[in-house]
Design a protein around this ligand. Structure first.
Ligand code: DX5
Ligand code: ZN
Length: 220
């Protein structure tokens, strides 16, 4: 059985009570906490930045998985690493020198991830796949929580898993982000996903801890 990591996105949590929300995640079966940083330029929305990550880092016992939906992410990598990021993912579409950016993330002591939008083919990973710790396939257009899952992400996951195997990257983590629910989690896991981000599905449920446990249980 392959491990399946659930990474709840705090974008969907109650910001007035972020401390107790993170405490709840500490007690849950989630291994990672997903932090969505948006700049209002790369995506049409603004979320939060360093002070919020630093505050979460003070209480979180889980791996902080930072998803940068920003232009020029290379300018901020060391600051995000100092603020508590353990995984840093930049967007392929925002990085003209993506190979260099991956090395910068590793030099900062973090796992290096590259994300692709729904309209970007997985084939763009071909020449960086050996260097990557993580590849994030967006299953919604980035910018907002609570959107509908784009089913083509399952096909992309399968193609990427094959590419990783061919390239000999046996430790690559494939992460899926956007619209994840119990209706698609098992299909994504079977297609090769290692990490599932879930925002609104977890935080809008009656019992978020039970929902996280249910998502983890699709790994068989
Ligand atoms: C979208 C973000 C996602 C989002 C997921 O731009 O990258 O991480 O928070 O939220 P749900 O699970 O509600 O689609
Ligand atoms: Zn995200």
């Amino acid at each position: 059985m392959r491990n399946l990591i659930i990474a709840p996105s705090v974008l969907a949590c109650d910001f007035l009570n972020i401390g107790s929300e993170v405490q709840m995640l500490n007690e849950s079966a989630a291994e990672w906490i997903h932090i969505d940083v948006m700049d209002g330029v790369f995506v049409p929305n603004i979320s939060f930045g360093f002070p919020v990550l630093e505050a979460i880092n003070k209480v979180a016992t889980k791996v902080l998985d930072v998803h940068l939906m920003i232009e020029k992410p290379e300018q901020y990598i060391t600051t995000f690493a100092k603020a508590g990021a353990k995984v840093i993912t930049v967007h392929y579409e925002a990085c003209p020198h993506v190979h260099r950016t991956i090395q910068q993330i590793k030099d900062a002591g973090c796992l290096a991830g590259v994300a692709i939008n729904p309209g970007t083919p997985v084939e763009v990973y071909q020449d960086i796949i050996a260097d990557l710790d993580l590849a994030l396939i967006m299953s919604v257009n980035p910018g907002f929580g609570g959107q509908k899952f784009i089913p083509n992400a399952i096909n992309k996951t399968k193609r990427l898993a094959e590419m990783a195997a061919k390239a000999g990257n046996t430790t690559l983590k494939i992460e899926i982000d956007g619209g994840v629910t119990m209706a698609n989690a098992a299909d994504l896991y079977q297609a090769g996903a290692d990490v599932l981000v879930a925002g609104s599905f977890v935080f809008s449920s009656k019992d978020p801890k039970a929902t996280i446990a249910e998502l983890v249980s699709v790994a068989k």
